[in-house]
Design a protein around this ligand. Structure first.
Ligand SMILES: Cc1cc2nc3c(=O)[nH]c(=O)nc-3n(C[C@H](O)[C@H](O)[C@H](O)COP(=O)(O)OP(=O)(O)OC[C@H]3O[C@@H](n4cnc5c(N)ncnc54)[C@H](O)[C@@H]3O)c2cc1C
Length: 470
């Protein structure tokens, strides 16, 4: 039996045992070595950071039976979060890009455990998961816990509504795939409703307000501009996109993309203006209502659909763990990515607050930071297993790119060409933007499979509508 086949059987064995009992399998088939003898690495959160890490750890320590690697996630499948605005706008089909955790675990020699982390027992070194239920309320998995020797928390971030009234009730956030899908369904419903109704389109109907002009809000406004028109072009001809559809981007700062250099903001602003997106800078939201957005200056922006994309913070569960938190509710970590109060617990990605020597702010909550931290931590875990001292994480900012879908891409590359920051725009910027996702896919699947999937997607795209219609 080859090493690959053996490991495959073990992974399958683990999956079957866990689905049935929720417990780690008691015994390994090969070498008669008990699983509990192995160093237990538990990664909670299978996003941009956690899934890359679990895959790399599985491919090395898991495959060679040097450690047992377990990934916990509250969902069953992974979609790279920066794609969510495309899902919301309808230009991306989730099914084409989603990755099943069970399959990934099976192929990469780690275990996947379904459930939401609701607590930690740091004395017993156990992660506690809530029970899970199906749509009919039937229990799938009971409350359970998993022991760890090394724990990595990578549960991402949630949007920060700063306690603004009405956000939870009337606005949609783009934190999770199901929210993006829900927004898209509402958008298509709104177009169909407007087409089918007896009277004309009413004031405020088919208006979309996006609160927060960071990368997410700005990208969404451009993507929506195109896809709303595309939906209507499929025969909803009683709606006039130029007259009836209005997108308003609302930003409290004095310019859009306030985190990026002013030149990039100005270029992005020009693009949005050309598209007819209304941009309101210096505008603070006091309340989101069922029919629109109220501003602190008393102004009102009517809208049928409202998206909240203004800022992120650490998920609430982090408050329950007894670990040090930043003001934005993230886990404070040392340069080694270990949490300050527990050296056996690491945090990476959006949920970690990691200082950046020589910079005012911490490492930013971005996919490139998640990717770099996952790579760094894999090397650290190797050192940890060998009893060697850990080294510090240093974030390399390669710049930021903002996609305007098929219209354009703008951004800045850092340290590019002899250490100078450079603004880029157009197809080259688009290529660079896409390469970030390809990098994530390569980390999960390797180069050959990433290339094949890209070709397959390019082919199917030619035979399907360019926008999601249901
Ligand atoms: C619309 C949008 C566009 C973006 N565009 C860009 C971009 O262009 N470039 C860029 O660099 N960054 C971008 N970002 C930011 C980027 O997506 C994040 O920085 C990155 O995904 C962070 O990775 P992460 O692994 O920390 O968290 P995530 O990728 O969010 O993954 C967190 C995982 O943890 C799981 N989880 C959460 N809570 C629990 C729990 N209690 N128990 C178990 N599992 C849990 C979730 O299901 C999820 O799988 C964008 C974000 C959004 C929303």
């Amino acid at each position: 039996m080859t090493e690959q086949t053996t490991a495959d059987l073990q992974a399958k064995d683990a999956v079957i045992a866990d689905l049935a009992t929720g417990q780690p399998r008691p015994h390994d088939a090969v070498g008669q070595r008990s699983d509990s003898d192995l160093h237990q690495i538990v990664v909670v959160g299978g996003g941009a950071a956690g899934l890359e890490l679990a895959t790399k750890l599985g491919d090395t320590f898991g495959r060679r039976l040097e450690a047992a690697v377990t990934l916990v996630d509250r969902t069953r499948s992974h979609l790279w979060k920066p794609l969510l605005h495309e899902v919301a706008a309808g230009s991306m089909d989730v099914d084409e890009h989603e990755l099943d955790y069970l399959a990934q675990a099976h192929w990469h020699h780690f275990r996947y455990r379904y459930g939401e982390m609701v607590g930690l027992d740091r004395v017993k070194k156990e992660v506690i998961l809530a029970p899970t239920f199906d749509e009919d309320g039937r229990e799938i998995t009971a409350r359970r816990s998993f022991r760890y020797d090394t724990l990595v928390i990578a549960i991402g971030s949630v949007v920060n509504d700063f306690g603004t009234p009405g956000v939870k009730e009337h606005a949609i956030a783009l934190d999770q795939t199901h929210q993006a899908v829900r927004f898209n369904r509402r958008l298509v419903n709104a177009c169909i409703r407007a087409h089918a109704q007896k009277g004309p389109v009413l004031p405020g109907q088919l208006h979309v307000a996006i609160i927060g002009a960071g990368a997410t809000g700005t990208e969404l406004s451009a993507e929506l501009h195109r896809t709303a028109r595309a939906v209507i072009a499929y025969g909803l001809d009683r709606v006039d996109p130029e007259k009836d559809i209005k997108i308003t981007l609302i930003e409290a700062a004095d310019r859009i993309l306030p985190g990026l250099p002013p030149r990039v903001s100005a270029a992005a602003m020009g693009l949005l203006r050309n598209l007819g997106v209304e941009v309101r800078t210096g505008a603070r939201v006091s309340e989101v209502q069922a029919d629109g957005v109220r501003l602190t200056d008393g102004g009102f922006i009517p809208a049928e659909l409202v998206v909240w994309a203004a800022g992120v913070k650490g998920p609430d569960i982090l408050r329950e763990l007894g670990l040090e938190l930043s003001r934005s509710n993230q886990l404070v970590v040392l340069p080694t990515l270990q949490t300050t109060r527990d050296p056996d617990i690491f945090a990476i990605g959006d949920c970690a607050w990691c200082s950046r020597p020589g910079h005012d702010g911490p490492v930013p909550p971005r996919a490139q930071a998640a990717h770099q931290q996952a790579s760094h931590l894999r090397a650290q875990i190797r050192r940890r297993l060998k009893g060697q001292p850990l080294s510090s994480f240093v974030y390399k900012d390669f710049g930021s790119l903002v996609s305007f879908g098929e219209y354009s891409t703008v951004g800045n590359l850092m340290g590019f060409l002899a250490g100078k920051n450079m603004m880029i725009e157009g197809w080259f910027a688009r290529l660079m933007y896409r390469s970030l996702y390809k990098m994530h896919e390569r980390a999960l699947h390797g180069t050959a499979r990433t290339t094949l999937t890209s070709i397959a997607r390019a082919l199917t795209r030619r035979t399907e509508p360019r926008v999601k219609l249901h």
